[in-house]
Design a protein around this ligand. Structure first.
Ligand SMILES: C[S@@+](CC[C@H](N)C(=O)[O-])C[C@H]1O[C@@H](n2cnc3c(N)ncnc32)[C@H](O)[C@@H]1O
Ligand code: SF4
Length: 462
């Protein structure tokens, strides 16, 4: 059964404008450098005794080749000898965090290794990293924890998959984007179906319990027909989750994108056709649209969490783990601790000098006000539940929701007229046709965006 109302071309065209993805609120462009390593050290100490869970994010920035479309924080190098000194810095940073938290007993329920390419570390280095993490933090047992790693299958053997499982990883997220050879050549990411499916099967056979695949539309030379073949292959493999990203082409910000032939990028109408076709195909194949760019099987924790109102959003996208403190480790990583954001240095020399000198490498961040927390909560529930119950916020924040958000609710009336949402006396519901436009709806509650209209650079919503 399809849900044809999810894709409403007229509405998508009408509301297609640049907007944040709200993996954080306020968004990263609001971060500033008054938040530094000293504020971070104090905050870590303040939260050490809480008994709520912890989430860890570790960034491994290296990739051995560049994918031209890539907008991630990465360092392209074939010098594998760069991994060991970086690992040593990470281990030192882990120690600094654990020391600042005084050997905290807080349970770690979530670990995510992202990149770049985390498997740039060899098996032995990966063991060193995870052993050290387990020595300094209190991880919950495998079945209760979400321990994920982003994978590039191009040079991953079965023995590495086994090592990763021994290291405690139980989830895998893999970038595929598109299997078409012409598209792959144009974006410099040659990755065969066979090697991709082999790594995924190895992961399943070795006890990984959840698999995510990233796909992308809007890449050069893509057509509905070619992308349909990629979808066929992926659906046949049947991953638990699929992310379908809209290619964000921002060549001024991301140098490698200048190597993409703009003339080969599909026209907006073709992109929309690919999106429409993909949505229908994934829904027909039994996936549920979770939100933004994410699809999951109905029995996947993510889909279940959404039904039960327990879905959250953080820098890795949607998460089934409560909105807990998130500690970021490594170059460029962003953490959320004690209700505030902290970001590590983006430059390797700065990161190295800070950590070697025993200083946290935080170069910017954001201390949320009470108003920010309220708006963050509203945006989080909208992005995850597609509905708001005003009472929840009125009692928790001591406000009259409709009076407090009069401007936002007034702005949303146009979307109500367009049958994208319904505004009631006691809450609002996003209708099916509004789901793909959830960022536009969330934007109405973003007071920083209102103040800075037109200044910040975000990708288009669709
Ligand atoms: C953080 S990247 C790293 C994944 C891993 N290194 C790999 O290549 O498989 C995660 C995903 O971000 C998405 N991504 C990267 N650049 C993008 C862009 N310019 N626009 C939209 N999505 C992008 C891709 O789908 C990619 O798989
Ligand atoms: S998509 Fe992944 S492998 Fe490719 S350059 Fe980006 S981070 Fe590296």
């Amino acid at each position: 059964m399809t849900t044809p109302n999810l894709f409403n071309i007229k509405m998508i065209q009408k509301y297609d404008k640049a907007g944040p993805r709200y993996t954080s609120y306020p968004t990263a462009p609001m971060f500033h450098n008054a938040i530094n390593g000293d504020v971070y050290a104090k905050t870590l100490n303040d939260v050490a005794q809480s008994d709520s869970p912890l989430s860890l994010y570790i960034h491994i920035p290296f990739c051995n080749t560049v994918c031209y479309y890539c907008g991630c924080n990465k360092i392209v190098t074939k010098k594998y000898e760069r991994a060991q000194p970086y690992l040593e810095l990470l281990i030192k940073e882990i120690d600094m965090v654990a020391d600042a938290m005084g050997e905290t007993k807080r349970p770690v329920t979530q670990l995510h290794l992202g990149g770049g390419t985390p498997t740039f570390l060899n098996d032995e280095q990966m063991r060193q990293l995870t052993n050290h993490l387990h020595k300094r933090f209190n991880f919950v047992p495998d079945a209760q924890g979400e321990y994920g790693i982003e994978m590039d299958p191009r040079e991953c053997t079965e023995s590495t998959v086994k090592v990763l499982r021994e290291c405690g990883f139980n989830r895998m997220s893999m970038g595929v984007q598109d299997f078409d050879p012409i598209v792959q050549k144009a974006v410099n990411r040659i990755q065969s179906k066979e090697e991709t499916l082999r790594v995924l099967n190895d992961a399943r056979n070795n006890g990984f319990t959840s698999m995510n695949i990233d796909l992308m539309y809007g890449l050069p030379h893509q057509t509905v027909e070619t992308f349909n073949q990629t979808l066929d292959t992926i659906i046949e493999f049947s991953p638990d989750r699929i992310a379908l990203f809209n290619y964000a082409h921002l060549p001024k910000m991301f140098m490698p994108q200048r190597r993409i032939d703009e003339a080969a990028i599909p026209e907006p109408q073709v992109k929309l056709d690919i999106l429409e076709h993909s949505i229908h195909k994934l829904l027909d194949a039994g996936y549920v649209f979770v939100g933004m760019d994410h699809f999951a099987k109905p029995d996947d924790e993510m889909a279940i969490a959404q039904k039960e109102g327990n879905l959250y959003r953080n820098f890795q996208g949607y998460s089934t783990h409560a909105d807990c403190d998130l500690i970021g480790l490594g170059l460029t990583s962003i953490g959320y601790v004690g209700g505030n954001f902290f970001q590590n240095a983006k430059d390797m020399d700065d990161y190295e000098a800070d950590i070697q000198g025993n200083h946290f490498s935080v170069f910017r961040g954001y201390q949320l006000t009470q108003e920010d927390h309220l708006r963050r909560h509203v945006i989080m529930r909208l992005m995850c539940d597609f509905t708001l119950d005003y009472k929840t916020f009125e009692s928790e924040y001591n406000i009259d929701f409709k009076a407090h958000f009069a401007d936002a609710l007034n702005d949303l009336k146009t979307m109500q007229d367009d049958q994208l949402l319904v505004l009631n006396d006691d809450g609002m519901q996003v209708l099916t046709a509004g789901r793909l436009l959830i960022r536009n709806i969330a934007m109405a509650f973003d007071e920083h965006l209102r103040a800075k209209q037109g200044e910040t650079k975000f990708s288009k919503v669709i």
